[in-house]
Design a protein around this ligand. Structure first.
Ligand SMILES: [Zn+2]
Length: 212
């Protein structure tokens, strides 16, 4: 286990290393940020957006929560989405889940995690209920959980299209493209689950705002 002071020491070394490669690294970044990607990922410490995609500071705008959920009443996620899409004008929004997700596994069971976590995980229980037939045909419980991870990513990516933020951006600038990926903790690889082009119809018409 590292002490917090080791983190501060490591930070000094990292900053010096960056400057030795590029003396203007921080002064350039301090001016502005122009990331092309918004990442909505799981809070799990094993899935850091920059490291697994080979990107550096300034390239990905990041929002993370338990089990990478897009919840329509989540002001935190929505404010990140609005800022990234309308102001930073990101070209891609990526919802990234991961196999072995503790949040997804927890939602598959019937344990009471107390109200706040119950409320959060309930969103995944809905995904389970909508896909119960397919999921319960998978007998291995870990494989079933991994399939739910994929279905959850698909669902959350589609839910982005139900927001007026994405619908407005698609109308104004024909972007961003929306992606659903799953990261493998065991092999370090990303798998594409869904890719939604701007304007593509993947949601029920009841969610489409026609006066945007
Ligand atoms: Zn997770």
């Amino acid at each position: 286990m590292k002490s917090y002071t080791e983190l501060l020491e490591a930070n000094k070394e990292w900053a010096a290393q960056q400057l030795s490669v590029d003396p203007a690294f921080f002064s350039n970044l301090a001016e502005t940020q122009t990331p092309e990607f918004l990442w909505i990922g799981c809070s799990d410490s094993r899935v850091p957006a920059n490291e697994i995609t080979g990107t550096t500071p300034g390239e990905i705008f990041v929002h993370r929560n338990i089990a990478n959920l897009v919840v329509h009443t989540d002001v935190n996620m929505l404010s990140v989405l609005e800022y990234a899409v309308m102001h930073l004008k990101v070209k891609h929004v990526i919802v990234c889940g991961h196999y072995g997700c503790g949040g997804v596994k927890a939602a598959m069971g019937n344990n009471d995690f107390n109200q706040i976590l119950n409320m959060w995980l309930r969103v995944i229980k809905d995904v389970y209920r909508h896909n119960r037939g397919e999921l319960e045909a998978i007998t291995d419980i870990n494989e079933r959980a991994d399939r739910l991870v994929e279905l959850n990513v698909r669902e959350q990516a589609e839910k982005l299209c139900k927001t007026s933020i994405i619908q407005k951006a698609w109308k104004l600038r024909e972007g961003p493209e929306i992606h659903g990926w799953v990261y493998g903790l065991k092999d370090g690889l990303l798998k594409e689950i869904i890719n939604i082009k701007p304007g593509e119809t993947v949601i029920d018409p009841i969610y489409v705002y026609d006066n945007i």
